[in-house]
Design a protein around this ligand. Structure first.
Ligand code: NAD
Length: 566
């Protein structure tokens, strides 16, 4: 990938303020978001262009990064730049309502759609792993996932511990304190619970301690158990990072007869070579083994994953609530180790999130391009003004203001959905209001609204977002393709389509969009269309699969679903 670019060294994050380098704010937004993804405060390994999620990159090489910046600086308001796996490959005159940037990352033809081909092409410099929001320049650090993790755990509490206040008095054991997984300890304590999180890389632990996502660390499993038990007994929130391999942690729990109430995992198990660490090595030793003998690394990594899954299953057998947190660890162990019980614990989407998807609800986020925190605080007020009756949303905004540190450009995440009122969806109402605040100067510079690829109508992923669909349509990838096409038709400013993401190459296809709210009428028209059609895809996708909640939402919100009986 070459040596880090001098532009990147100079920026050290996104440019901020109201002066722009590009021809317009739409292009400037792309330039700022790309640099925000690579902000050393935001990205996990920015010198290697790695943003998060194993090897999820923002650009294919440092030369490609420089070339993208040059193209964006020169891009007219009626041109569209094409980015193929992190490299700019073309630029065409289109029109001002069309997207400014179109991105396709990591996509392979069916029969070639596996890690082996991907790594072969990657070594020739022909492709890049875009993960989800890494290659689409929508990553905003651990703050981006925190609300999703918070909401999921709140739902775990509602379903399994209805008599408690959230997770109070319970212990959640998990692993992986990387870009996404690092949100887990804070999401547990925000729900009043206690968390033990195993992590092999002490630098990752220290990063979570520095940013207050986690409270303390130890490398002694007995100490971790004792601290956790004491805090749970006292009903106090506490989070403990345990510096050890996840598989070893679960073996240790079994030996000691310790069973936490909840078990899950967010190691980068989707990638057995570059994401997951085998047991028996320090991080440096494992990194050296990966270089010297990748085949042995993969074999040992998969052996550890099998132990890890067996550990989770053993915890479940002893009464713990277990769920997979979207890293495909079950699929990996079933496919590569033939463990036919791997799927005996559920994925988090069918267990906790699908009812929200049926209503077009998903993680919706926005970024203040000014870099000014007060702009986000103004948007926080706007959310509360617009949705006065949504208590959980207000609680989230208050908690986020108190406990979530900004990383890079100030940003906020909320789960908003379709739920049309007067023909305007929740997401459209919010975006139009923010656009007005930008126009009135109450917000100092444009705001970009974007979302995770994990959303209601934007992804096909049989081991995660579309696991166990009611009609068996888990692997049908027409839906994300239609979603990306529709986002272009509706005029989103950046649209992307990726293969892989959180569950690895060949296991999912998903899309993303951005709309730049610069206070103009054009932005308002785009926002109104995109934030109707995009969550609308979630409603129709789930209605088509026969979910009652989606059919109800379609009826209540007047979403046209052809071929439905009523
Ligand atoms: P990351 O690569 O930044 O972090 C993974 C962490 O796991 C690293 O810190 C690594 O040191 C640690 N690790 C790896 N193997 C380990 C082991 N055996 N024991 C203990 N620690 C180990 O990745 P991330 O961005 O945090 O994402 C983690 C996983 O979660 C990925 O597979 C990702 O695709 C998935 N994910 C899920 C969701 C979701 O919504 N559920 C969202 C994003 C990511």
């Amino acid at each position: 990938i070459g040596e880090p670019s001098s532009d990147w060294r100079e920026y050290q994050g996104s440019p901020t303020g109201t002066d722009i380098e590009c021809e317009g704010w739409r292009q400037e937004a792309a330039l700022r978001l790309l640099n925000n993804n690579l902000d050393p405060e935001v990205a996990e390994e920015p010198e290697d262009l790695v943003v998060y999620g194993g090897t999820g990159r923002a650009a294919r090489s440092w030369d490609a990064y420089d070339a993208i910046l040059d193209e964006l600086r020169d891009l007219d308001d009626d041109e569209t730049l094409l980015v193929q796996s992190g490299k700019p490959v073309g630029r065409f005159r289109t029109h001002d309502r069309a997207p400014r940037v179109l991105i396709a990352n990591s996509n392979l033809v069916g029969n070639w759609d596996d890690w082996e081909h991907f790594h072969e092409l990657e070594s020739k410099g022909l492709i890049m792993y875009g993960q989800m929001t890494a290659g689409s320049w929508a990553y905003i650090g651990t703050q981006g996932i925190i609300q999703g993790t918070f909401e999921t755990l709140a739902e775990v509490a509602r379903q399994h511990f209805p008599d408690r206040e959230g997770l109070r008095g319970t212990i959640t054991a998990t692993a992986g304190l990387g870009g996404m997984g690092g949100a887990q300890p804070l999401a547990v304590t925000m729900n009043h619970g206690v968390c033990i999180a195993a992590e092999v890389d002490e630098r990752r632990i220290d990063r979570r301690l520095e940013t207050d996502y986690c409270m303390e660390k130890t490398d002694d499993i007995d100490e971790a158990i004792e601290l956790a038990r004491d805090a749970a007994a006292a009903g106090e929130p506490r989070s403990i990072a345990l510096h050890m391999n996840a598989a070893e942690m679960f073996d240790g729990f079994l030996e000691r007869g310790f069973v936490p109430e909840i078990v899950t995992d967010q190691t980068s198990a989707h990638d057995e070579l570059e994401g997951y660490y085998p047991s028996g090595y320090t991080v440096d030793e494992a990194d050296a083994l990966r270089e010297s003998d990748p085949e042995r690394y993969v074999a040992e990594s998969l052996d550890t994953m099998e132990r890890h899954v067996e550990g989770i299953l053993a915890m479940q057998d002893r009464g713990a609530v277990a769920f997979e947190y979207g890293n495909n660890i079950r699929g990996q162990v079933e496919t590569h180790r033939g463990l036919d019980t791997a799927f005996d614990f559920p994925g988090f989407v069918p267990a906790y999130v699908r009812p929200l998807f049926c209503r077009g609800k998903g993680p919706f986020r926005w970024v203040a391009l000014s870099g000014d925190e007060s702009d986000i605080h103004r948007t926080d007020e706007a959310v509360k003004e617009l949705f006065p009756d949504k208590e959980q949303l207000h609680r989230w905004i208050d908690l986020a203001q108190e406990q979530v540190s900004f990383q890079g450009l100030p940003s906020r995440v909320c789960w908003l959905g379709y739920q049309a009122d007067d023909g305007l969806t929740e997401r459209a109402r919010f975006a139009l209001h923010i656009n007005d605040l930008v126009a009135d100067g109450e917000i100092s510079a444009p705001v970009v609204v974007t979302r995770d690829h994990l959303d209601a109508g934007s992804v096909a992923s049989p081991n995660r977002e579309t696991e166990a669909m009611r009609d068996g349509s888990d692997a049908v990838a027409d839906w994300p393709v239609l979603n990306a096409l529709l986002n272009c038709a509706a005029g989103a400013d950046i649209v992307s389509v990726h293969d892989g993401g959180g569950v690895g190459i060949g296991n999912s296809l998903h899309t993303n969009n951005h709309v730049v709210l610069d206070g103009s009428d054009l932005a308002a028209r785009k926002a109104r269309r995109v934030f109707t059609t995009d969550p609308g895809m979630g409603v129709i996708r789930h209605a088509d699969a026969g979910y009652d909640e989606a059919l109800e939402e379609a009826a209540d919100s007047n979403v046209h679903v052809p071929m439905q009986e009523d």
